[in-house]
Structure formats: C-alpha cells, structure tokens
Design a protein around this ligand. Structure first.
Ligand code: GRF
Length: 220
C-alpha cells in the first residue's frame, strides 16, 4: 500500500480547524497522516486535541530566541524533521519570516477568515461588519511573503445577516471553515492542486478563480 501523504499542522490556540482535520481522517474522509502539530504557544488547547488523537504535538517558545528568524529556524527545523508533504497553518497566529516562507514555498498553506483579498490581517469579522459587507467567509491560500496575499486555492462564503455581531458572524464562518479546510487539504495532499510560480494549477490547468465550497461540502 502506498504511504499516505504527510501533513504538519501549525496552531496557536483553540484548534477547531485541527479537530476538523483529525475528525475527517478518523471518519476516512481525508487520506492524509498528520505527522505532527506544532505551536508557538505551550498552552494552546490545540496541542491537547492532537495528543488525544495520538498525534505528536509540541510547542516552542519564541521568547527563548533572540529574533523571529532564529525562532523560525528552530521551529521549522522541528516541522521539517517530520518530512511533511504539506504544512497547514490552522490558526497559527505568528508572522512567519520571509526566509522560512520562501524555504517552504508551495508547501505552506493558511486558512484565513475572510474572502481574500478582502479583509486581510486581524479582526476580519469586525472589518466585514464595519464595511457593511453582504457576504463574508474564509479562504485557504498559499503562504507567500505578502501577508494574507498569496494565491487563493479555495473559499467558503456565508451571508452577513441583519443584526449580526462579531460572535454570530464568526460562528457562521467557522462552521464553513472546517469543511473548507478538509476539502482543500484533500485536494492538495492528493497532488491535484499545486502552486506554479504565482498561479495555482488544478489537475494541471491554471485556476482562474478560487474554488468555491458547495453545500455538499465539495467543490462545484
Ligand atoms: C480561524 O478562524 C482561522 O481561520 C484563523 O484563526 C482561527 C483559528 O481557529 N486563522 P481554530 O484555532 O482553528 O479553532
């Protein structure tokens, strides 16, 4: 039997996206092996979720390093030691140095809670509400040195409803983040989607616009 594609997951907090990946693997809906979960926060609940599933999990404290570059060298040395085919930032809240990003170009992806290129950075749900957006959602993109600006592979959209506050809107988005991440990691791990220069190839053909998650939790 051929070996399963291997992924590493980077986390900083709650870990609900990590849990979605673990659950999909357990159900047999995602054919990957998580080789390790890595965090910049020792108290991230995500680490316990990994351990509960029997997955190696470790944290490295940035305060033990003189600067971002030194931390990233040590951190990614640990990640790379698991020889991942794909590295998934799932709520990893730390900026990654350009050197580490470039060293992992094409294998590093992130889930961001907005319909990129709209609402980069933090507090995206508040940004969407303040802008009066009619629609909001989440994107999975390749990480490039341009923060939240790398090519977008796939998105999930939700409506913004009258009366929404940050909590209601973030809950609606998060519910769609989980199937979005599972479906996108599935495509990437299967080698169907990949970065080619600045564009994405899907089944060998340039992707003109991000894939959109359908109601069936697959891509239309
Ligand atoms: C998610 O909204 C993700 O898009 C963003 O950070 C949040 C992480 O949530 N990057 P969780 O830790 O996966 O529950």
């Amino acid at each position: 039997m051929p070996a399963l594609p291997t992924i590493a997951v980077l986390v900083s907090g709650r870990g609900s996206n990590l849990q979605a990946l673990l659950d999909a693997i357990a159900r047999g809906d995602l054919a990957v092996r998580i080789a390790g979960v890595f965090s910049d926060k020792a108290d991230a609940p995500a680490l316990q979720r990994a351990r509960d599933a029997g997955v190696h999990a470790e944290a490295i404290d940035p305060r033990e390093f003189p600067n971002r570059l030194a931390f990233d060298q040590a951190f990614f040395a640990r990640v790379d030691a698991t020889r991942p085919d794909l590295i998934v930032c799932a709520g990893y809240m730390r900026l990654i140095s350009e050197a580490a990003v470039e060293a992992h170009r094409g294998t590093l992806v992130n889930i961001h809670p907005s319909l990129l290129p709209a609402f980069k950075g933090l507090r995206t749900h508040a940004q969407a509400l303040a802008a009066g957006a009619a629609e909001h959602g989440a994107s999975v993109h390749f990480v490039t040195p341009d923060l939240d600006g790398g090519p977008v592979i796939a998105q999930a959209r939700v409506p913004v409803r009258p009366g929404d506050d940050v909590e209601a809107l973030s809950r609606r988005v998060l519910e769609r983040e989980h199937p979005l991440l599972v479906a996108t990691v599935g495509l990437l791990a299967a080698g169907r989607a990949r970065l080619d220069g600045d564009r994405i190839l899907l089944d060998g053909a340039p992707l003109a616009a991000p894939l959109q998650l359908g109601a069936n939790e697959g891509f239309a």
